[in-house]
Design a protein around this ligand. Structure first.
Ligand code: PGA
Length: 253
């Protein structure tokens, strides 16, 4: 049985105080309502990691960063290393989000280095892949996602790969209100699982958690989750509202 995960990607939102308030609110609702069958992960901005870690102690809710550098330390002004992320109490890090690829020029080669370094420090990596609208219209989405997996992940050995969670996030669905239909998402998730099976083993593919991301909301989460290869969600906008996030957690189960 693979682990189901609901991860909240807060992006560049919430001050330290606002972040503490949101963590506290989510913590309360999760305590009262969550079955505990799936793993909840909160990914606030770096500034909130350490305080969130304290608030989440003993709750079963995990914590993640949204990015990290690939070196442990050094002259990289403005960057945060995986070692530093780990030291806050975080267990996860998102790598390769389309906004990082698009606005910060992160390449497949850099993402591989980041992933490898994060895993070396004992972090689990939520590795994002997904095609643009143009790539979907040109019907090259399978090829695009396959090459993102190839460049960013497939040089990991089997043991390293066991620390990877994949998030399929079609760029055209992120923050747009447009969601992939459950069938479109399932088609890609199934393809991703097949490609993993070809590069590693079928058993590894079966065990890999594959999340959907892109305008996942309380009202579409159940339909997505009903698909065989969708194992949870990476939630942006709806993760900033405790009630919506909790309702998505409920739909995931
Ligand atoms: P969204 O973002 O849920 O706001 O579309 C998802 C993401 O970018 O991870």
């Amino acid at each position: 049985m693979r682990t189901k995960i609901i991860a909240g990607n807060w992006k560049m939102n919430k001050t330290l105080e606002e972040g503490q308030a949101l963590v506290t609110e989510i913590r309360g609702i999760v305590r009262d309502e969550h079955t505990g069958k799936s793993q909840v992960v909160l990914c606030p901005p770096f500034i909130s990691l350490a305080s969130a870690a304290r608030l989440l102690e003993g709750t079963g809710i995990a914590l993640g960063a949204q990015n990290c550098h690939f070196e442990d330390s050094g002259a990289f002004t403005g960057e945060i290393s995986p070692l530093m992320v780990k030291s806050t109490g975080a267990q996860y890090v998102i790598i390769g989000h389309s906004e990082r690829r698009q606005y910060f020029g992160e390449t497949g080669e850099m993402l591989f280095k980041k992933t490898k370094a994060a895993i070396r420090h004992g972090l689990k990596v939520i590795f994002c892949v997904g095609e643009s609208l143009k790539e979907r219209e040109e019907k090259i989405f399978f090829k695009v996602v396959e090459s993102q997996l190839q460049e960013g992940l497939f040089a990991l050995d089997r043991k390293e790969f066991s620390s990877v969670v994949i998030a399929y996030e079609p760029v055209w669905a992120i923050g747009t209100g447009l969601t992939a239909t459950p069938e479109q998402a399932q088609e890609m998730h199934n393809y991703i699982r097949k490609v993993i099976g070809m590069h590693y083993t079928e058993e590894i593919a079966e065990e890999t958690t594959i999340l959907y991301g892109g305008s996942m909301k309380p009202d579409n989460a159940a339909g997505l989750m009903a698909q065989a290869d969708i194992d949870g969600g990476l939630i942006g906008g709806a993760a900033l509202k405790a009630r919506d996030f909790a309702d998505i957690i409920k739909a995931v189960g």
